[in-house]
Design a protein around this ligand. Structure first.
Ligand SMILES: [Zn+2]
Length: 500
């Protein structure tokens, strides 16, 4: 009997040791969640193959009003009207928690999202989950050039009529907030792998001077049951499927995510690095097969490196979030904002009569990594200037985060006639950000973190009400199903899942 007891107690001890070992192996809690945010498109039978709806061509009049209701595509020139959907657009949110601190990083397949609307997502998350601090929610866009106009400058008449469908926008902001809440609610034990791999052959700089940042960063969270999610950061425009392509798609990130998910399980998300002036994917052509070539190439490079990596980062998670606004001097943008075409004038702060482009800048320490965000399209040369002041084992930059303020053109190459300058807030934007980052990255992290201003209090008063949903039967509500679901013949099985 005694003998039996001691065997049992040894067995219990072994189990206890194994369990405590497991807890140390999985020092984080993490989840990556996804929801479809594809806009509702009336599909055109493009008889003459010109990529446009022409009078007389058949279309799927889903709301039965007898006329073709266009979705204006954000990216490239104005007045691009979607004629179909190739693959779904997504909101994806990574929630990570360690030692009582939780951070949510979420990106949507949009060309950009203005500060007001990023803040509106945060507000909706905070209403549902007040325990998530405002400062710990990071909202950005992938810079996809084949999704709906979310800013206003790609409508039927450029700089006169907005291309934003506010009913879609309102719905999609809800969906994005729900994605983050779901991620927060479903975090599970996880460990972290992080790699950086040179993907130079898949990116080119098409403007002088030719300077690239070809490093693909991948973070992978793995739980006891397998891979939870893979997070990518890379500096190239999701614009491989050029201007004439008018199907809704997430471009190469669609393939990068899909192929990574097939290989590892879990979900994958994409975030853009310093992709300004003018980082673009390098493929033989501009077809969906070429987008797949880029996605497959990046996925394979990351997978090979991730599979070799066994050293896990020590658990650490800290975030600093600050408001940083820059003056808008670009006369086109000033006019468009004052005309109510971009965002809403009442929601654009002014200092001494000068409009300001607001943003939140985040500085995250995760394991041995450092991450900073900026609200626009930083150039790689500025990216290097920022990264060399960072101290992580891996350092990277999230772009188009908390706003889309356009290009941050380095001062040494500023020329008011260059394309990037016409799509920037002004000549001082890049120098102001570089000065700001020098201050942020060289100050005492703990002290700066203690002294964070209340960004929520600064921001919520300038948020105007978004237009209410006016038609509850609006056709885009059907888009809560994925495009794959919509395409299934009537009566096909639906498992009720809408989050993948
Ligand atoms: Zn761009």
């Amino acid at each position: 009997m005694k003998h039996t007891l001691s065997i049992v107690s040894i067995f219990v001890m072994v189990v206890v040791i194994a369990q405590s070992g497991a807890a140390e192996d999985y020092p984080y809690r993490a989840a990556l969640k996804s929801k479809v945010i594809t806009p509702f498109v009336e599909i055109v039978e493009d008889a003459n193959g010109n990529g446009r709806y022409d009078r007389g061509e058949k279309f799927d009049d889903r709301n039965g009003n007898g006329s073709f209701d266009p979705v204006f595509i954000g990216g490239y020139g104005a007045n691009r009207r979607a004629i179909g959907v190739h693959d779904d657009l997504y909101a994806r949110a990574l929630a990570v928690s360690s030692a009582g601190e939780t951070v949510i990083v979420m990106y949507m397949d949009w060309v950009g999202l203005l500060y007001n609307h990023c803040a509106a997502i945060k507000q909706r998350i905070r209403i549902a989950r007040p325990e998530i601090p405002w400062n710990n929610i990071v909202v950005g866009s992938t810079h996809n050039h084949h999704g709906p106009d979310m800013i206003g400058i790609w409508g039927p008449v450029p700089y006169l009529v907005s291309g934003v469908d506010y009913e879609y926008l309102n719905w999609a902001l809800d969906r994005a907030a729900e994605t983050a809440i779901e991620a927060f609610d479903s975090m599970q034990p996880a460990r972290l792998k992080a790699i950086e791999v040179d993907c130079d052959k898949f990116v080119k700089d098409i403007h002088d001077p030719k300077i690239k940042d070809p490093m693909l960063t991948a973070l992978q969270f793995e739980g006891p049951g397998g891979v939870i999610g893979t997070f990518f950061n890379w500096a190239a425009h999701p614009e491989l499927l050029i201007e004439s392509q008018t199907q809704i798609t997430a471009d190469y990130p669609h393939y990068l995510r899909k192929i990574t998910e097939e290989r590892f399980g879990g979900l994958a998300m994409f975030t853009p690095g310093p992709l300004g002036g003018m980082q673009t994917p390098d493929a033989p052509g501009n077809t969906f097969a070429d987008a797949e070539y880029i996605g497959r190439g990046l996925a394979a490079a990351a997978a090979e490196s991730l599979e070799k990596q066994t050293a896990y980062e020590p658990a650490k998670l800290e975030i600093i979030t600050e408001r940083f606004d820059v003056p808008i001097t670009n006369p086109r943008f000033v006019l468009a904002i004052r005309a109510g075409l971009i965002g809403d004038r009442t929601r654009t702060p002014e200092v001494d009569g000068r409009l300001q482009a607001p943003s939140e800048v985040h500085y995250i320490k995760l394991g041995g990594l450092e991450i900073v965000s900026n609200p626009g399209e930083m150039f790689p040369e500025d990216g290097f200037r920022v990264q060399e002041q960072m101290e992580g084992r891996l350092n990277f930059i999230l772009g188009l985060c908390s706003n889309e303020i356009g290009y941050l053109v380095p001062h040494e190459i500023w020329d008011p006639t260059m394309y990037e300058a016409t799509m920037s807030q002004g000549e001082q934007t890049s120098p102001l950000f570089l000065e700001y980052f020098s201050g942020l990255l060289n100050s005492d992290f703990a002290e700066r973190r203690r002294n964070q201003a209340n960004v929520e209090e600064m921001t919520v008063p300038i948020l105007a009400e978004l237009p209410a949903r006016t038609s509850p039967e609006a056709p885009w509500i059907q888009a809560e199903q994925s495009w794959e679901e919509l395409r299934k013949p009537a009566g096909a099985a639906d498992d009720g899942e809408d989050d993948f």
